[in-house]
Ligand binder design. Structure first.
Ligand SMILES: [Zn+2]
Ligand SMILES: [Zn+2]
Length: 280
């Protein structure tokens, strides 16, 4: 199993795509502009989309994906693309995107009885088993400006795995969930540098300082092997990296395997309980 980083930026610019991760060939974790990095024939193999929340940087690819691969998927006899998310996220997608104004309602097209897209509500704590390879997905809590979740993805065997926070500010419930189910790699957001701390707090995002405070407050062993940071606003990467070094030192956090996530990188999702592995 692997996680392919197709987009991990907080906004758009040359070389920066918004949040899009692909698990193996058939599962998307958020559907941002990173889809534009994938050949059409591979896009047609995506059967499941897990959305963290309703913000456009995380779901702009859904309406375009379903339209773009419809012909190929119909010809191959593939099922509808299944979108999994909180009920509030699905409602926002239906009402504000797939509303026959912004985009056609593909939950009723090409025919109401055989749509190209189906919507599947979930709740924090749910465990989904997806695809023929039976990847196990646990829905994690998050604290953002709209209802939001994260996901932990595990191989069929217990242990290991990768967790993704989605967009979140400080969220004790997320750490409690991870402590019950540690992962090899935790992908967590740090969208803003510390000079934007007020904006981050108001919009439900982390800065390096708020993230380091949560890490320092953890009791017991860290529930992850490696930490990878995502969702930096383009142009803010250097400031975030400098703030992170300072915050980790201030809070006495040593020995952490921490680095920014890189667009294009692939992370192994193995049953090993703690080891983070970057694939070539
Ligand atoms: Zn957001
Ligand atoms: Zn976002």
């Amino acid at each position: 199993m692997s996680l392919h980083v197709l987009g991990c930026a907080g906004s758009l610019a040359l070389g920066h795509h918004t949040t899009t991760f692909r698990i193996d060939a058939d599962i998307l974790l958020d559907a941002g502009s990173g889809l534009a990095r994938v050949p059409l024939a591979e896009l047609a193999c995506i059967d499941h989309v897990l959305l963290t929340h309703s913000h456009i940087d995380h779901l702009l690819g859904v309406p375009l994906l379903v339209d773009g691969v419809l012909r190929l998927r119909t010809a191959a006899g593939r099922p509808p693309i299944a979108v999994h998310a909180l009920p509030q996220t699905l409602d926002a997608l239906s009402r504000h995107i797939l509303n026959d104004v912004i985009w056609p309602d593909f939950t009723r097209l090409p025919r109401p009885e055989a749509p190209a897209l189906t919507l599947h509500p979930l709740a924090v704590g749910d465990v989904l088993t997806l695809g023929s390879r039976q990847r196990r997905v646990r829905v994690l809590p998050a604290a953002h400006s709209v209802p939001a979740v994260g996901y932990a993805i595990h191989p069929q065997q217990a242990g290991g795995g990768v967790a993704f926070s989605g967009d979140t500010g400080p969220c004790p419930a997320l750490w409690a969930a991870l402590q019950r189910e540690p992962v090899a790699t935790l992908i967590i957001e740090a969208a803003f540098a510390d000079h934007d701390a007020q904006l981050a707090a108001r919009s439900g995002h982390h800065t390096p300082e708020s993230l380091a405070r949560e890490l320092a407050a953890l009791a017991g062993p860290r529930p992850f092997g490696a930490l990878r940071l995502t969702h930096a606003k383009p142009g803010e990467e250097a400031a975030i990296a400098a703030d992170l070094s300072r915050a980790l030192a201030t809070h006495g956090l040593t020995g952490l395997d921490v680095a920014p996530l890189r667009e294009g990188e692939r992370i192994a999702i193995s049953p090993h309980p703690t080891k983070h592995v970057t694939l070539p």
